[in-house]
Design a protein around this ligand. Sequence first.
Ligand code: WT7
Length: 715
Amino acid sequence: MSTQREADRRPETAETGAELSEAHIAVHWKEEEYYYPPASFIAQANAADPRIFERFSEKNFPECFKEYADLLTWDRYWHTTLDTSNPPFWKWFVGGRLNACFNCVDRHLEQHRNKAAFIWVAEPEEEEDRVLTYQDLYVKVNEFAALLRDFCGVKSGDRVTVHMPMVPELPVVMLACARLGVIHSVVFGGFSGQACGERIVDSGSHILVTMDAYYRNGELLDHKAKADQAVAYAAAQGVTVDKVLVWRRHRGRYSSPTPMVAGRDYFVDELLMRYRGVRVEPVSMPAEAPLFLMYTSGTTARPKGCQHSTGGYLAYVAGTSKYYQDIHPEDTYWCLADIGWITGHSYIVYGPLALGATSVLYEGVPTYPDAGRPWRIAERLGVNIFHTAPTTIRMLRKAGPDEPQKYRYHFKHMTTVGEPIEPEVWRWYYHVVGKGEAVIVDTWWQTETGGFLASTLPALQPMKPGSCGPGVLGIYPVIYDEEGNEVPAGSGKAGNICIRNPWPGIFQTIWGQPERFVQTYYARYCKNPQSKDWRDWPYMAGDGATQAADGYFRILGRVDDVINVAGHRLGTKELENAALTVEEVAEAAAVPVMDELRGRMVEMYVALKPGYTPSSAIEEKVRTAIETIIGKIARPKHVWIVPDMPKTRSGKIMRRVVAGISNFMDPGDTTTLANPEVVETIRRQVQAAKVARGEVPRELSAEELEEVRRFGQVE
Ligand code: WT7
């Protein structure tokens, strides 16, 4: 294993020419040049002393994480840093008690009562910003907590589902839940009513918090309709939602055409009048009490409710926000992610608020009304830390490559997260968006991991376009091949990236599916199921990766049946099940296709039941089904109706083969198929249609080829 300290060596050219085999897959790429952090950044950085690597070295594990926990205010200090008695269900800071809301709000009042916690920017540019000071936040959170407790009757350990857009009321709801020890389950606002309903059922929530409407791309969208669909779906599955709490986007004015249901739906602003000025004591929770659930996709259709802890999670996001986001009290921090994803939970709400930061929240689309919008916001509010995803960077670059230079903002720090970034795009981000003045961190992590796993430490390790960097402080990654052998750094070979050790931000379990938790993340590389030593339980992330000689990782993408669309995970089974709800469809296969802007998009292959003929109406039905069941984000780029699916002799659909066709790649070995002749038919049909639409094949990078080749290879 290379260490962080080796990072300042010049990179060597990766070895090429290794053979392609099941176990060792060579990846050929050009090593990129290092970029060094500007002196002005180093001079002010929270982590500028290289001795920090020593403090977080393996010999100081797990006690090194005391440094993160000490950023919090504990009601009772813990006695055991890490309890490994029931692997892989690790327990952090055992014996400790704290309240997450108190740590994010109350404790800042003394020093920062009048400081902005959130500055909310509406999508319509003429609408005024809304500023919530820590005092405002405190009052609103207390009042909403009183409403939840006294009107809804929820208590610690209960689950509340929250389906809201990017408005400041969303963190208010989350923090009010945290104040009561209630577990919030926030569902991304763009997901459909049914997707929300599935998550209500899985978590057993009886309260749904929603909003009437919000702006997206210049349009006021009806959101309340989704609440009705969610509640109806849950009811059909035997879960009753007792109350639906509806926030209003415009003060005193209901902006949805969907009727309110008497005795079930309530306007939050009306209810809150009863709780004006009420204070609710924060409930002191054990460090190990769950703070929230965040659902994500996996290999099966049932989404995974990742359960995150209170103490370990909060300590981890506070520590990584301090050192990797480099947040100082005087900074203005803007993360463009949606709070409905893990990035928003960790790096808009919990991490920055634990540090008493000022965060910008933006309601809408980054390119609305034009590609200068983010830079106008940054200039006007004095944003100096900027955090977004490659898909947004690509969009902004395409729509307005020269826009940033027209505005007088100055970033000291920028983040890219969610998917691999192409070195070309990285360089535009660095030179044009960052004006060559800002340091960039490429943070690799997941819903499951609570916080960053790999990144450069901004003042101490140079950047390398397209590589996320080495493991972050206290994280010791390793790459294993299919047989469980370590793939050495600098070998040019790819394998499955794993984390050798537990860390405070790791999720505790999959809600209601502990066996799936063990099976998915630990079974594959567990060295001894009887062992209580953490060293025998590496965490398997589900990504392919390579490690260069300097210790930097390059993430190649998912190795399971998950498609990463614009930085968001979609499960192939969920997509296929949605397509199968269309009456005419007999079989379906979802595959990723490389897309210039969104990274990857979904393409659906469907075969029809006997007696039906292909038509564009059926294609449209499949698209609509996916949008209604999952959400707009999953809308396929193409639906291909094919005569038959390529299948193995045991009847398994070979997604890899159609994925190859969609991406103009060689479909690979087809000799094991039961119906190899269909491959050529599908190839001609699909590729001719693509070329006719002007989708010319482009050359794929080594990483992209690798990703398609491995697609769906690991269960
Ligand atoms: C998957 C996790 C991390 C929060 C947002 C997404 C991919 C994430 C990077 C990166 C290359 C990345 C991985 C990972 N991914 N960050 N910096 N470079 N790939 O969370 O929805 O749980 O998705 O996103 O494939 O496994 P998520």
